[in-house]
Design a protein around this ligand. Structure first.
Ligand SMILES: Nc1ncnc2c1ncn2[C@@H]1O[C@H](COP(=O)(O)OP(=O)(O)O)[C@@H](O)[C@H]1O
Ligand SMILES: [Mg+2]
Ligand SMILES: [Zn+2]
Length: 258
């Protein structure tokens, strides 16, 4: 008695493809099974698992490239690497309570990365971990093959300026406006002027009106009247006040007691 060929238990090409567990294509990416003309698989090019893996990694690559972050950055800023117990507790503050606050913030960021909704503003002095958490949110999305763009404000502005020279300006602008998540780090450090200011504002205004997921970090305390000399657009400042603002009330990570 002849043995039933391995592919016979599958009804469709899709089902068969899903069960190819080793490379059987000799590097072609596709293979055929040797069957008679009336067979359901006759003449069909069947995708090999090596091809499927390649497509998956190209897809992942697409998300990484569009993110504005390098592979090294994506790894370095993972949310899992941010440790609530490692924050610098300011003198005179209760350690347990401060660490508990940090823990809460980390879970909030993790939840936001799973299901980004609305705007999230992280405000605090240097070294409190704002960039890590902001980029970390984008990183979690990108590594699970969802679209996100993250950059410092100056880098985003550079990208816009460069796109202006290469005629891809409109495309770049639309992409920034519509990306499912944008993270802008350190806003207000550089005061944009002229068309850059207008363009930045138009992106933010659109995202505000459509309530699109947006994470902003700043070392300015975003409450009440805008301090003089702040690099944040006045119109943006007032819109930021309407969103979830988290103040990071601890100290510089780099000066903590280990
Ligand atoms: N709680 C933490 N656990 C681990 N690393 C941290 C923590 N807070 C800050 N860091 C690290 O300290 C450095 C400064 O943090 P960063 O996010 O750049 O601060 P900020 O943007 O608020 O100035 C980064 O390398 C970051 O990874
Ligand atoms: Mg920072
Ligand atoms: Zn193969």
């Amino acid at each position: 008695m002849t043995k039933t060929p391995w592919y016979e238990k599958y009804k469709t090409v899709e089902e068969l493809e899903a069960h190819v567990s080793q490379c059987v294509c000799n590097g072609n990416g596709y293979f055929r099974v040797n069957v008679l003309p009336n067979h359901r698989f006759f003449g069909k090019a069947i995708q090999c698992m090596c091809k499927r893996k390649q497509i998956i990694s190209e897809r992942a690559r697409h998300f990484r490239l569009a993110s504005g972050m390098t592979d090294a950055q994506l790894e370095r800023w993972r949310l899992g690497l941010w440790q609530p117990t490692k924050i610098k507790v300011p003198q005179g503050k209760d350690r347990e309570a401060t660490v508990a606050q940090a823990r809460k913030l980390l879970s909030l960021c993790k939840r936001y990365a799973k299901n980004p909704k609305g705007w999230l503003i992280l405000s605090g002095p240097y070294g409190t971990g704002k960039s890590h958490l902001g980029f970390g949110i984008a990183s979690e999305l990108v590594l699970s093959e969802r679209s996100a763009y993250a950059a410092t404000m100056p880098n985003m502005l550079d990208m816009l300026r460069n796109s202006y020279q290469t005629d891809s300006y409109q495309v770049t602008l639309m992409r920034l406006r519509d990306t499912p998540l944008i993270v802008l780090d350190d806003i207000g450090v550089e005061r944009p002027s002229g068309w850059v200011a207008e363009v930045t504002y138009s992106i933010m205004d659109y995202r505000y009106t459509e309530n699109l997921p947006t994470v902003l970090t700043t070392n300015q305390r975003v409450s009440g009247d805008q301090p003089p000399g702040s690099g944040i657009d006045g119109r943006l400042w007032s819109r930021m006040q309407e969103h979830v603002i988290v103040n990071l009330p601890w100290g510089d990570y780099r000066t903590r007691d280990r």
